[in-house]
Design a protein around this ligand. Structure first.
Ligand code: AVI
Length: 324
C-alpha cells in the first residue's frame, strides 16, 4: 500500500478494517463484512445448497431434540419469564422449531433476535408475525457485543443462542475471548446454546465451501463489490477467483480471494492504491470444525460446563447447552 495518512473520509469501521487488513502479510479481510444485504441473500442461497450440509443437519438435529433442548434452556419453574437472545438470527428458520415448541408448552419468554443485517431482521420479524403471532419479539439490528451489553443490563433469566456454527468463524484466540465475554454476565440459571460443526470426511467439508453452482464463490467475491460500492474501490471482479481449502490438522476451512494477475487497485476512501502480485491472495474467512474434546476444552476455558451435547445421527453437527 502507498503510505499516505488516512483522510477523514476513511473513518468508518469498514475503511479502517480494509486499511489495516490490506497492509498485512498475507492480506486479510474479515468475513464479518460479507453480510451486507446482497451477502446475506447469497448466504441464504448457500444454506440451501446440496453441498452445504451444516444448515440442514442442524435443522434435523433441532427437530429431533426440540423437547430436550427446550427443556434444557427454559427455567425449571415453568411460569418464570425469560429472554431468548439469538446472536446472528438470520432467517430464524431453525430457531422457529424451538420457539414453536416453547410456545406450545406454555413457556413465557421474549425472543430477542440480533443481526447486523437490517434486511434479515425485517424479513424475520414479518415471518414471525405471520407464523407465530402470539410470540413477543424485540428485534435488534446491532453487533453481538452491543446486544450482549444491553442484555446484561436487563434483569431476568437468559438463554443465549448462537447457532449455525457461527462460532467456527472466529480464530481460536478470538473464540476464547468471545466465549469468555459471553459467559461473564451469565447467572447460574442462564444457559447458552451453541452450534458447532464437527470434524468429518475432509472432502465433504471442502465441498461445502466450493459448491458446483458457484454460490459460495459469488458470496466471497461480493466482498469486493462491497468495497467498490462503499469505499470507491475499483476491483475488477474478472481478475479475482474464489479459492478454499480444508486443513484437517487445525480443523480450519480457509477461504481466499485470488488475484489472477498482477494488478493495482485504487481505493478512493483510503486515498490509497494497493498492489497485488499475480496469484497473491486475500484471506477472507476461517470456518473451524470441532471435536468433542475441543468443545469441552473451550467451555472449560470460558468457565462453563457442558450441560448437554446434542448431535445428529451421523455426528456431523452438535448443538451444545453450556451452563455457568
Ligand atoms: C456463517 N458461517 C457459519 C458460514 C460457515 O459455514 O462458515 C459462512 C459460510 N461461508 C461460506 N459458506 C458459508
Amino acid at each position: 500500500m502507498s503510505g499516505s495518512p488516512l483522510p477523514a473520509v476513511a473513518s468508518s469501521d469498514l475503511a479502517r478494517h480494509v486499511a489495516q487488513g490490506l497492509r498485512r502479510t498475507p492480506k486479510t479481510l474479515s468475513s464479518m463484512y460479507f453480510y451486507d444485504d446482497a451477502g446475506s441473500q447469497l448466504f441464504q442461497q448457500i444454506m440451501a445448497l446440496p453441498e452445504y450440509y451444516p444448515t440442514r443437519t442442524e435443522f434435523g438435529l433441532l427437530t429431533r431434540h426440540q423437547a430436550a433442548i427446550s427443556q434444557a434452556l427454559r427455567p425449571s419453574n415453568l411460569a418464570e419469564p425469560f429472554f431468548l437472545l439469538e446472536l446472528g438470527a438470520g432467517d430464524g428458520l431453525k430457531t422457529k422449531i424451538l420457539l414453536r415448541h416453547l410456545l406450545d408448552t406454555g413457556a413465557s419468554f421474549t425472543y430477542v433476535p440480533v443481526d447486523i443485517s437490517a434486511a434479515a431482521i425485517d424479513g424475520l420479524v414479518v415471518s414471525l408475525h405471520q407464523e407465530l403471532p402470539e410470540l413477543r419479539v424485540e428485534p435488534q439490528v446491532s453487533d453481538y457485543a452491543t446486544a450482549l451489553t444491553r442484555m446484561a443490563a436487563r434483569p431476568g433469566r437468559k438463554a443465549v443462542l448462537f447457532l449455525g456454527s457461527n462460532i467456527g468463524n472466529f480464530l481460536p484466540a478470538d473464540r476464547r475471548e468471545f466465549l469468555r465475554k459471553l459467559a461473564q454476565p451469565l447467572t447460574p440459571d442462564d444457559r447458552l446454546l451453541i452450534g458447532f460443526d464437527l470434524q468429518k470426511d475432509p472432502r465433504q467439508i471442502r465441498a461445502a465451501y466450493d459448491d458446483a453452482q458457484g454460490v459460495t464463490a459469488a458470496f466471497n467475491l461480493n466482498l469486493l463489490t462491497r468495497l467498490n460500492r462503499e469505499l470507491g474501490a475499483d476491483f475488477d471482479l474478472t481478475s479475482w477467483q474464489h479459492y478454499t481449502d480444508y486443513d484437517p490438522l487445525s480443523g480450519a476451512v480457509r477461504s481466499y480471494l485470488v488475484s489472477t494477475r498482477e494488478q493495482r487497485v485504487r481505493i478512493d476512501a483510503l486515498d490509497e492504491t494497493v498492489a497485488f502480485d499475480a496469484w497473491e491472495v486475500i484471506h477472507t474467512e476461517n470456518s473451524y470444525k470441532f471435536t468433542r474434546h475441543i468443545i469441552q476444552q473451550a467451555a472449560t476455558e470460558a468457565g462453563l460446563e457442558v450441560a448437554h451435547f446434542f448431535t445428529d445421527e451421523h455426528d456431523y453437527f452438535a448443538d451444545v447447552v453450556l451452563a455457568p
